[in-house]
Design a binder for this molecule. Sequence first.
Ligand code: KIV
Length: 276
Amino acid sequence: MTAPVNKMPGPKIFGQMKRKGQKIAMITAYDFASASVVATTDIDVILVGDSLGMVVLGYDGTIKVTMADMISHSAAVRRGAPEKFIITDMPYLSYHLTTRETKLNAARLVNAGAANAVKMEGGSESRLAAIREIVDMEIPVCAHLGLTPQSVLRFGGYKVQGKDEAAHELIFQQALAIAAAGAFMLVLEGIPELLGKQITEALQIPTIGIGAGRFCDGQVLVYHDMLGYSNMTPKYVKQYSDLNRSIPKAIMEYTKEVREGSFPTLEHTYYPIEKP
Ligand code: KIV
């Protein structure tokens, strides 16, 4: 299945939302089940993030996530949410080697992965070139700056970025360059609020914050984090549900009923011997 081109808006809609002052709500999803639930809501964008490495595959970071992982999860999300605008992360190493590989990998995420757009981290010269090349192939690109998880080895951990003056200025300049390179959206992660505000005010493309303060044009949260379904509790996460408590509670109840013989009942039985 590819993205159903007639049933959803193109990326320009998000620029229009910014101009009208309408906030953009984004959430991650990684599989058919979560996407099917998200598809019943009026969320604006689904991100198939490489955070799936941590929340779904149990890795300690995102850099082990492969193209095969991203394609298969993105396609599953598309099957669950046929009409949503889906952005899929380009995983580590999929855009760091040759231009040809970068372009092929972006194309695979929109073809086999059925995404509407791809996301890549960073704002160095080679990333700007990659953004230009992919946009030139008619594939919309969302950029990502700040605490970019694929840079965790260089950062020495998951640390807020852009705190000193030089780092603040570098991220600000990279944001301007990313917009000039043709990205339609910019995710800002783990930066001081002032930097998030200044970038948001300076750019015409929308910014989507995650730990970037209150003034971005939209927000993104990881599905599992906001539902209380992960063990991640960074400061920027608000939990809107508590699945880590309600799921074990349901499983314990089921286990108890199986053990005591109160499940299954006639109600759950095909061709029961006695009539209900
Ligand atoms: O992989 C991901 O989920 C992300 C968001 C946290 C922005 O990149």
